[in-house]
Design a binder for this molecule. Structure first.
Ligand SMILES: Cc1ncc(COP(=O)(O)O)c(C=O)c1O
Length: 411
């Protein structure tokens, strides 16, 4: 007998991150922190391996009065000033002129999972990258949605043919397309698409949209850690060229942008050519919000508005010091990885570099060998993720060669 619904998946969540995090913690306690390479943590950490919490975010948050923290938000779709601030933030430095609406969500997770749920019927298929943040799969299965995967890379660039083939195949069996891209600063590889790739993708989706509605979910969770902030949003101008039958949902997260992972604040930015299409989506998103999390923490939204307006310059400066630090870390790792021939997926920017090990059994053996050598990283599909965001420069120096030597010793 079981109390859960008939089709509940009773296999426990296999959290590949937290199990390795615990092993690293134990190792640190037994052997001392300097002996342990902990490249598991997907949050920004400083050179002392402590979680970063921006003063330019939290000093003000702490000072917000109790009643603002206690109050419900103004609406299920979010506070009006927050919704406007998110639109301005997400589309800064662009010339986007699509009809749009913003729905406040609990982090990017809320935007991603709700988008799957409101656009797809049960048993329809969402199209995901084969190397991706693991939660997309769970979001799909929890909503009884099937998955199809495109191959992310062809050599050192996006495998556009695989995206096209996968979309066309799914079009054979259903009446709409929902495609997820996690760009820029893809988790876990650090890839960012070129403008040419974006142009080709939008042109292709426009073609597909002659036959059925197409929804593109662009997960921008790491966008604010690009190494070229002035141009990182340039690709969004391509969105202006979508046809009437294409909708874009940009999934925004304050978690990384503000180092406020636990405050659960983000947004789904709905964009289309026609106001009525946006309004329809807005209605279903708002109902989904009401029926699940109800409303988003009022003070988290208020703080985002303040940080990105009144405190913008100071916040940007503080964040930039960490972007510079991550660039120093990733430059060193990539330089040394190339020098010793350690295989990795095309990295451009962002929190993670992923070692390329396509054979699953070999990947598992390498991962096991890393653990024995006090190196803790996270297994992902076709590779092992190294969290540049949390590893200090001194521990990165020489790491690539150590990893390569261990890999070579594994059959
Ligand atoms: C690719 C990607 N999207 C979205 C998220 C959402 O994070 P949150 O729900 O904390 O905003 C994450 C977090 O790890 C992520 O890696």
């Amino acid at each position: 007998m079981t109390f859960t619904r008939k089709n509940a998946d009773l296999t426990p969540i296999e959290d590949t991150v937290f199990s390795v995090v615990n092993l690293a913690k134990k190792d640190r306690a037994e052997n001392g922190a300097e002996h342990v390479i902990d490249a598991t943590i997907g949050s920004l950490c400083d050179e002392q391996e402590q979680l970063t919490a921006y003063r330019n975010v939290f000093a003000h948050y702490d000072a917000i009065d109790d009643k603002t923290k206690a109050a419900y938000a103004a609406s299920f779709s979010g506070n009006p000033d927050y919704r406007e601030a998110v639109w301005n933030w997400v589309t800064q430095n662009t010339d986007l002129h699509l009809a749009h609406s913003v729905i406040a969500t609990p982090g990017g997770s809320g935007a991603d999972s709700t988008a799957l749920r409101v656009f797809l019927d049960v048993n329809q298929t969402v199209i995901l990258p084969n190397i991706a943040w693991g939660s997309y799969n769970l979001m799909a299965s929890e909503n009884n949605i099937e998955t199809a995967f495109y191959t992310m890379f062809d050599g050192d660039h996006l495998n556009m043919s695989s995206i096209k083939e996968t979309v066309l195949k799914v079009m054979e069996k259903q009446d709409r397309i929902v495609l997820v891209v996690n760009d820029p600063c893809h988790n876990p590889t650090g890839y960012s698409m070129t403008i040419a790739e974006w142009k080709e993708l939008i042109a292709f989706l426009n073609e597909c949209s002659k036959r059925m509605p197409v929804i593109l979910i662009d997960d921008i969770a790491y966008i604010d850690y690009s190494y070229d902030l002035n141009h990182v949003r340039d690709y969004m101008n391509e969105f202006n060229h979508i046809s009437d039958n294409v909708m874009i949902i940009t999934a925004f997260s304050c978690s990384k942008t503000l180092t406020s992972y636990g405050l659960r604040c983000g947004a789904a930015v709905i964009q289309a050519q026609k106001e009525e299409s946006v309004r329809e989506a807005e209605i279903v998103f708002e109902k989904a919000a009401r029926a699940t999390w109800s409303n988003i923490p009022n003070a988290a939204m208020a703080n985002f508005v303040w940080v990105t307006s009144k405190n913008r310059d100071a916040f940007m400066q503080e964040k930039q010091t960490y972007i510079d630090l991550m660039k120093e870390r990733s430059d060193l790792f990539i330089l040394q990885a190339k020098a010793c021939g350690l295989p990795f997926y095309p990295y451009k920017e962002g929190f993670f570099v992923t070692l390329k090990i396509e054979d699953k059994d070999r990947r598992d053996r390498v991962h096991e060998a890393f653990l024995k050598n006090h190196i803790y990283a996270v297994k992902v599909k076709n590779g092992i993720r190294v969290a540049i965001c949390s590893l200090p420069v001194r521990k990165i120096d020489g790491l690539a060669l150590t990893m390569k030597t261990i890999m070579d010793s594994v059959q």
